[in-house]
Design a protein around this ligand. Structure first.
Ligand SMILES: [Zn+2]
Length: 328
């Protein structure tokens, strides 16, 4: 009896559902992996430069999430909630920002998420950075662009029910984009072929969001179906992380869900890698294919490093804070 009570007290005090870091984007692991693997899609004139800076691209793959704590504009850039726009959101919402803002107002668009438009903007900024051969900005925008492209590929970033909070599936966000990649992503096949030029980056971003939307019901529906028949005592496991006992979805449940969805997480991650490589390449081509070897003696500036340091500190300080958009 005593032992039983101790167990209850122990778990009551220390067990938390893992991961808790984020419900507004792919988990850290997946974001970093996507930025890393996109480097290997690039053609010879680019790949040397990107390989040299691959650690920067990996390390700063999640800066955009941290920036939510210092920049009020940031939250809307990571998702597109479709519900406000009716049953056929992709027919209702013009793909061009000026046309969409004229129809709905810019504030309304921001309230429901602007990820596709922001990807379009980031490609233009990256193009300008290549034109100016600005090392800081090329790396900064390349890493950020990777983040937004990855977020656009997450089906739960297209719905207000982003964490299953309206369907009794609380925690599905981190399950889908953190737990599954953590357990499975090392074995994914990231070979997507060489990056190609994209005529319409904004259109490609919208296509990615639409494909995510089309997979949203699979993500939610299949988990509900699996949950209804899976032995409840096998659904979770306990692991020690950062000296805390945490409750995680078990490997058996994770594998069953992943297979039921036909490896959807792998397909969306790999598609993220492919599109990211293409958009980096497109920005470089649009900039006139500058010689990146000219940057080989340049170093990242102190001011950029300081900015990252500040964002990191603000992100660490405010891990509990609620932010408008896809957060608790
Ligand atoms: Zn995000």
């Amino acid at each position: 009896m005593k032992k039983c009570m101790l167990s209850i007290i122990f778990f009551g005090c220390f067990v938390i559902l893992w991961p808790v870091q984020s419900v507004f984007s792919w988990g850290f692991f997946a974001h970093k992996k996507i930025n890393e693997m996109a480097v290997f899609t690039l053609p010879p004139p680019m790949i040397g430069f990107y390989k040299t800076h691959i650690n920067y691209l990996i390390t700063h793959a999640v800066d955009a999430d941290r920036r939510r704590y210092s920049n009020q504009e940031e939250g809307a850039r990571h998702f597109f909630d479709t519900e406000y726009y009716g049953l056929h959101p992709f027919d209702s919402v013009p793909r061009r920002w000026d046309q969409a803002a004229a129809k709905y107002t810019a504030d309304t668009l921001k309230a429901h998420g602007i990820v596709a438009w922001h990807i379009g903007r980031m490609v233009k900024k990256l193009t300008q950075a290549f034109i100016g051969l600005n090392l800081d900005l090329i790396l900064h925008y390349s890493a950020d662009l990777g983040h937004y492209v990855a977020d656009a590929h997450v089906p739960l970033h297209t719905t207000r029910n982003y964490n299953g909070q309206f369907t009794g599936q609380l925690g599905i966000h981190a399950f889908w984009e953190s737990r599954i990649p953590e357990l499975k992503a090392e074995s994914y096949d990231y070979l997507t072929g060489r990056a190609v030029y994209i005529n319409n980056p904004l259109g490609a971003a919208w296509d990615a969001v639409k494909a995510s939307f089309n997979a949203k019901d699979t993500v939610l529906g299949f988990e509900a179906e699996l949950n209804s028949r899976f032995p409840s005592d096998l659904k979770y496991a306990f692991e020690v992380r950062e000296k805390k006992m945490v409750r995680v979805y078990s490997e058996a449940y994770t594998t069953a869900y992943s297979e039921l969805m036909g490896n959807l997480v792998e397909r969306r991650m790999v598609e993220s890698v492919r599109l990211l490589g293409c958009l980096w390449y497109t920005a470089w081509v649009d900039a006139g294919q500058p010689d990146l070897a000219l940057l080989s003696n340049c170093e990242i500036s102190d001011s950029l490093l300081k900015m990252h340091e500040q964002e990191f500190k603000q992100g660490e300080k405010h891990t509990e804070r609620s932010i408008p958009g896809h957060s608790d």
